[in-house]
Design a protein around this ligand. Structure first.
Ligand SMILES: N[C@@H](CCC(=O)N[C@@H](CS)C(=O)NCC(=O)O)C(=O)O
Length: 206
C-alpha cells in the first residue's frame, strides 16, 4: 500500500483553506487529520512543535509546516504567474494584521479603532478592485494569488456582511463570490470530524 502525505488541517483556518485549495487544484490526495486547536493531537506537536495548522507530513518524512510551502509543493508551475509573491506578502502582513485588529480588537493593545483597521483593509481591497478588471488577480485566469488571498478576504467580508455589501468594490465581490461558489472552494470546505489517534483513515478529497 502506498502511504499518502498526511495533512493536519482545521476547516475554518484561512491558511489551511488555501493549502486545501492548492491540494485540490493539483488533484493531490492526502490523509486528512482534522484538528481542534484547543485539543491539538500529540502527533501534530511531535511533527511540528510550533503547533500551527496546516502541516503536511510527506511519505519521505519531510514536514511542511507553512501553508505556502504546502501550496508550492503541489501547485502547477502554470499557476505561478505575475507578482504573486508581492500579493502574498501584502496579504500575510498588512491585510492580515489589520483584519485581526478589525475582527478581534480586544486581543491587541495597539488597536487604534475597529474602523481604522477596517479602512486599512478596504484601501487594499480598493487596489485589488482595479486589478480585478480582468476577472482574477493576475488577469483573466485563476492563479496562486487568488487561492492564497480569497480565504482572508472572505473572512474580512464575513466580519460585517452588511457593511461589506455597501462598499463600492464590485470586482472584488464578483471575484470572491465566483470562487466561493466554485466546486473547488465548496470541496475545500467539506466538514470532517475531529481526528483522534487510531481513527480509520480519512482521505481528502474523499
Ligand atoms: N504562517 C502559518 C500560519 C498558520 C496559522 O497561524 N494557523 C492558525 C490557525 S488559522 C493556528 O494554527 N493558530 C494556532 C496558534 O497560533 O497557536 C502558515 O501559513 O501556515
Amino acid at each position: 500500500m502506498v502511504s499518502l502525505p498526511i495533512l493536519y488541517s482545521f476547516r475554518r483556518c484561512p491558511y489551511a483553506i488555501r493549502a486545501r485549495l492548492a491540494l485540490l487544484h493539483s488533484n493531490s490526495i492526502v490523509e486528512l487529520r482534522e484538528v481542534v486547536l484547543r485539543d491539538r493531537p500529540l502527533s501534530l506537536l511531535e511533527y511540528s512543535p510550533k503547533g500551527t495548522v496546516p502541516v503536511l507530513v510527506l511519505p519521505n518524512g519531510e514536514i511542511l509546516e507553512e501553508s505556502m510551502d504546502i501550496m508550492l509543493w503541489c501547485i502547477g508551475e502554470d499557476m505561478l504567474i505575475g507578482d504573486w509573491q508581492e500579493l502574498v506578502e501584502l496579504n500575510d502582513n498588512e491585510f492580515k494584521g489589520n483584519l485581526d485588529r478589525y475582527k478581534y480588537p480586544d486581543r491587541f493593545d495597539d488597536v487604534t479603532s475597529m474602523e481604522f483597521h477596517r479602512n486599512k483593509c478596504l484601501e487594499i481591497l480598493n487596489s485589488f478592485n482595479q486589478r480585478l478588471d480582468g476577472g482574477f488577480l493576475m488577469g483573466n485566469g485563476l492563479s496562486i494569488a487568488d487561492l492564497v488571498l480569497v480565504p482572508f478576504i472572505r473572512q474580512f467580508a464575513n466580519t460585517d456582511r452588511g457593511w461589506f455589501e455597501q462598499q463600492d468594490i464590485p470586482n472584488v465581490k464578483r471575484w470572491m463570490d465566483g470562487i466561493l461558489q466554485s466546486e473547488l472552494f465548496i470541496s475545500s470546505m467539506i466538514k470532517y470530524d475531529q481526528w483522534h489517534e487510531g481513527d480509520e483513515l480519512t482521505y481528502f478529497p474523499n
